[in-house]
Write a protein that binds this ligand. Structure first.
Ligand SMILES: [Zn+2]
Length: 139
């Protein structure tokens, strides 16, 4: 099954970044942490949220609300320059294909192609990572 190490490592780097930012801003408290979760990301959100909540204890962010915002995957064709966003991977790919892409995003090149010119030479511009989108603090 899924190895939870990844979720914990990610959560740790995010909480560290939040604390860092709060210190720089001389915050009294962190009230909200907003995270962007890429649509091609494989993390287990339940474990991730649990890890975040554990790690923020005893820190300036202990009372912070955590919000997840899903980010739709965005692609850019290297041949014609066309950019496209996939609203719902389920509509363009089979369940097995989505599963493979979640584990190895590079595989999207096998299953997808540019809707404009048909090339499978494209970049994944957005949707692969977890990003710290916003932090709300009280000074
Ligand atoms: Zn193209």
């Amino acid at each position: 099954m899924v190895n939870a190490m990844h979720e914990w490592a990610l959560a740790e780097s995010i909480i560290m970044a939040v604390i860092d930012l709060a210190k720089r801003e001389n915050a009294k408290e962190v009230v909200e942490i907003e995270l962007l979760i890429g649509g091609l990301q494989t993390i287990d959100l339940e474990i991730f949220e649990f890890a975040l909540n554990e790690l923020k204890k005893e820190t300036i962010a202990k009372n912070a609300k955590i919000r997840f915002v899903k980010q739709k995957p965005k692609f850019k064709c290297n041949v014609c320059g066309y950019e496209w966003i996939v609203d719902d991977l389920n509509k363009v790919l089979s369940e097995e294909e989505i599963e493979s892409i979640h584990f190895i995003p590079e595989l999207s090149h096998v299953f997808m192609k540019c809707p404009k010119c048909g090339s499978n030479d494209f970049d994944i511009v957005e949707g692969r990572g977890v990003l710290l989108k916003g932090v709300r603090i009280v000074k």
